[in-house]
Design a protein around this ligand. Structure first.
Ligand code: ADP
Length: 374
């Protein structure tokens, strides 16, 4: 019983007791799917959302057991909540202040028993890419907003899904506020600005309110953003991921046909180290890396006009070479870029002839010339 097969995994899962029944988690039908992808195991567990805290211990136990299987490198557990007989999702508005559109999952796919969960590709969307980073604050959301706008300026139909659940910043970057409408109580109408169709969890919860997402809520929210938002016909949906390598990354990679991921990093060692983990995860999940973006690596001195590289030059380039990809954009540290984002208009709109806007325009041209827009 030591190979990495689904049968062996299921056998091991029968050894794990579920509470309070005292039976095992398989016979209690908690295990909704078992996936093996290049030595990477993922298990979807359906749980009672009130037990989310207690599940942490169980998760740790499952991960430890499964990671002992010969050939397995990592095990991830995705928690999903129970969908009751009326089809009500337990995905909640975590603020509980003023209801968001009352939503019922059209298709509670994660709950489908036994069979592999079906995909969550949004309707009408030709391609999807993810913008990722290893750590927060490196400019991932700035890149997502400006790239989306630059492509829209060039006539492409672009959507932006802000899945950075821990710090959704796209409403601020696009100057959007107010709850999205849900005329039929089933679908959500996204908002639109600067030619880009935008949906963010930040639009569903009051601004500045700390969002504590439990696993099931998170997965339900992601599912809704993908399948219940009326995205319309889009050439490309850009997904602004949370930083790191968590459940959102895993679910998106496994449940949608991502064309690829762009990884944003600053040149500092720590950011790069974290970015490497992200790249490694996408590789394991068979999501191609479109390229790396180096952000805030240089600045132009406003007094003498010379360009400085405070963190050294070429760090990301060397990293890209090592992993067989390339640096597809190199963006300077630029005060105007930050101010534009803070004021609700990406720099691509406010200063289209500036260095940063031109870098985004070039990046958009680069992408338009690839298979992504064929
Ligand atoms: P992340 O999504 O990685 O957390 P953000 O895009 O929110 O990062 O950027 C973090 C902060 O850095 C924001 O205030 C943003 O305006 C600023 N910022 C991002 N890129 C640049 C840049 N090239 N020049 C100046 N400020 C930037």
């Amino acid at each position: 019983m030591n190979g990495l097969t689904e049968e062996n995994i299921r056998n091991l899962l029968t050894q794990i007791k579920s509470q309070p029944s005292g039976r095992n988690i398989l016979s209690d039908k908690m295990v909704k799917s078992v996936d093996i992808n290049d030595q990477f195991i993922s298990i979807v567990l359906e749980i009672d959302p009130t037990q989310a805290e207690e599940m942490k211990q169980l998760n740790a136990l499952i991960e430890t057991k499964l990671e002992k299987i010969k050939g397995s490198r990592q095990c991830r557990i995705i928690l999903t909540s129970h969908v009751d007989s009326q089809g009500e999702s337990t995905t909640a508005n975590p603020s509980d202040k003023g209801p968001p559109p009352s939503l019922k999952p059209k298709n509670p796919q994660i709950s489908a028993t036994n069979a592999k969960p079906e995909k969550l590709n949004p309707e009408g969307v030709t391609n999807m890419i993810a913008i990722a980073s290893g750590k927060g604050g490196v400019g991932k959301s700035t890149v997502a907003a400006n790239l989306a706008t630059a492509l829209a300026v060039k006539g492409k139909k672009i959507g932006l899904l802000d899945a950075d659940v821990y710090g959704p910043s796209q409403p601020r970057m696009f100057g959007l506020s107010g709850r999205p409408a849900s005329p039929d109580g089933k679908t959500i109408l996204p908002l639109r600005n600067h030619g880009v169709t935008v949906m963010s969890l930040g639009l569903m919860v009051p601004e500045n309110e700390a969002i504590v997402w439990r696993g099931p809520m998170l997965m339900g929210a992601l599912q809704q953003m993908l399948t219940q938002v009326q995205w319309g016909e889009l050439d490309l949906l850009i997904v602004d991921l949370p930083p790191g390598t968590g459940d959102v990354q895993l679910t998106l990679s496994q449940k949608t046909d991502l064309f690829g991921a762009i990884v944003v990093s600053t040149p500092q060692d720590v950011a790069l180290l974290d970015a490497r983990k992200g790249i490694d995860m996408f590789r394991k999940l068979n999501v191609p890396i479109i390229g790396l973006i180096e952000n805030m690596s240089s600045f132009k001195c406003s007094d003498c006009g010379s360009v400085h590289h405070p963190f050294g030059k070429g760090t990301l380039e060397a990293e890209a070479l090592k992993i067989g990809t390339e640096v597809i954009a190199d963006l300077p540290l630029d005060l105007e870029t930050r101010m534009a984002s803070d004021n609700g208009s990406p720099i691509v709109i406010t200063d289209p002839q500036g260095a940063v806007a031109r870098a985004f325009s070039d990046l958009a041209d680069q992408l338009i010339s690839t298979k992504l827009f064929e």
